[in-house]
Design a protein around this ligand. Structure first.
Ligand code: PNW
Length: 477
């Protein structure tokens, strides 16, 4: 890929180029140094929950290879590394703080600082301590207060060196996929519990923002996985209604409490039978809408939706499990995802970079209180292999990344305040219910030896960063 294709000359100076992982997906060391089970450790033991019976026990051994992994980040020329801390490592069983667990992250942050790489920390990337799930998990309001204890522990240890703090990664997945569809841990299929989880994660976010702000944190935000609903036939009222319901549960139920301090009226009305209003207490929405400094946007694909049965589906939410799962679309279980005939990745997700431009521009237009945006995840799984020349030739992934970066450039030109981009993922890793089967890395990991090889897409991303950086101009924003 050449940076010329991504309008190198007009790229804003100071734009952050990064890559991302998450604790449960890469670390391994499942029971070392005092770590106890998270809901994902427990879920991986449920027969049929994870493709091929894969577990997180060894992950991709990042816990033991962390300094070498940071050297690879330097080789790529990353400005920033987005990672998450594991609650079950920092406060095993959610009891007392575990200094050995925190020490791992402290060493990671030191390594990053030594390499001039900005640490971008996410507090919750889906790995609730199993001990808290046993007390009701996110369906229990008390979990929100426990989250604040954990967040302040992490801040006390790392707040002197970590400047960017994300409370939650993709609450859609950890509430609706975890508690309604059951495709993610804890694997529950209880719509009421799922909506309680949505609200309690919001509350935890707002409480943590206030607590960390009080302690002096300056860059606080949240990451949402947002996706535009494209009605299959925009003149068909059934498809339009399907698109509205999708947008309500995928996007607006998260965006609006946080940015506007209220759940959307249509969402509240749709979800009345499932008890969303019952879990909202007085004062909650003021807490939830505490001002944030950035919004992280994870985007992989749009969703073409319909209210009619379809033959061929591009559903991005069903996972790789053999075990029966339900729908995350509470009250709209008949939603379908017709394919549009676009190229697809190994996840079956349709590739349409212009959807990212459209999303960033739409957010900018629709939310006057929108803080600066960072694309905190974007990337693609392909079935790449190590070739005889010792390299991994993955031109589709290079193209995917380049085309999405170009789309961000167009969104910036159209007025969106986007300040960074993080490729998902730095390393091939544990892709949740798909296990190690789906590989998103710009660095290949051999699943037996854990050996790392920078893929061609990683080399191309590094080249892009270098040339854009040398040509960058000050933004005209
Ligand atoms: C994100 N969907 O998850 C996560 O933040 C990562 O941990 C994950 O590895 C990555 O994307 C790739 O999947 C998603 O159903 C999970 O559309 C599900 C969906 C999207 C993103």
């Amino acid at each position: 890929m050449t940076a010329n294709n991504v309008t190198a000359g007009s790229w804003p100076r100071g734009f952050i180029w990064g890559s991302a992982t998450a604790a449960a997906q890469v670390e391994g060391a499942g029971d070392e140094d005092g770590k106890e089970d998270s809901i994902w450790d427990a879920f991986a033991r449920v027969p049929g929950a994870i493709a091929n019976g894969d577990t997180l026990e060894q992950g991709v051994d990042h816990y033991h290879r962390m300094p070498a992994d940071v050297r690879l980040m330097s080789e790529l020329g990353l400005d920033s590394y987005r990672f998450s801390t594991s609650w079950a490592r920092v406060r095993p069983g959610d009891r007392a703080t575990n200094p050995a667990g925190l020490d791992f992250y402290s060493r990671l942050v030191d390594e990053l600082q030594g390499a001039g790489i900005l640490p971008w920390l996410t507090l919750y990337h889906w790995d609730l301590p199993q001990a808290l799930e046993e007390k009701g998990g996110w369906a229990n309001r008390d979990t929100a207060y426990r989250f604040v204890d954990y967040a302040t522990d992490v801040y006390a240890a790392l707040g002197d060196r970590v400047t960017h703090w994300t409370t939650f990664n993709e609450p859609f997945c950890s509430s609706l996929l975890g508690y309604a569809s059951g495709v993610h841990a804890p694997g529950r299929q209880e719509p009421r519990a799922a909506l309680a989880a949505v609200h309690h994660q919001h509350l935890a976010h707002g409480l943590a923002v206030a607590a960390l702000r009080e302690l002096g944190a300056e860059n606080l935000g949240i990451t949402l996985n947002l996706s535009t609903a494209i009605p299959r036939d925009p003149s068909d009222p059934v498809d339009l209604e399907a698109a509205r319901r999708f947008d309500s549960l995928q996007n607006r139920i998260f965006l609006e409490p946080i940015l506007l301090g209220a759940y959307p009226a249509d969402t509240l009305r749709d979800l009345e039978p499932f008890g969303l209003s019952d879990v909202i207490e007085e004062g909650d929405l003021e807490i939830i809408s505490a001002p944030i400094d950035f919004l992280g946007v994870n985007h992989y694909h749009d969703d073409s939706v319909s209210g009619h049965p379809v033959e061929s589906s591009a559903d991005g939410h069903s996972g790789g499990a053999e075990r029966a799962t339900s729908s995350p679309w509470i009250g709209a279980e008949d939603l379908t995802f017709p394919t549009r005939g676009l190229p697809r990745t190994a996840m079956g997700w349709e590739v349409n970079p212009d959807g990212l431009r459209h999303l960033l521009v739409r957010l900018t237009a629709e939310y006057p209180t929108l803080p600066p945006l960072y694309v905190t995840e974007n990337g693609a799984a392909y079935d790449d292999e190590l070739s005889d020349d010792g390299r991994v030739h993955d031109p589709e992934r290079s193209r995917y990344i380049q085309d999405h970066i170009a789309a961000i450039g167009q969104a910036i030109e159209a007025g969106a305040d986007v300040r960074g981009y993080f490729v998902w993922s730095l390393l091939d890793n544990f892709e949740w219910s798909w296990g190690y089967d789906k590989r998103f890395g710009i660095i290949r990991v051999d699943q037996e030896t854990f050996e790392r090889t920078i893929k061609d897409s990683g080399l191309d991303y590094a080249a892009l960063i270098r040339s854009v950086r040398s040509a960058a101009v000050s933004p005209v924003l």
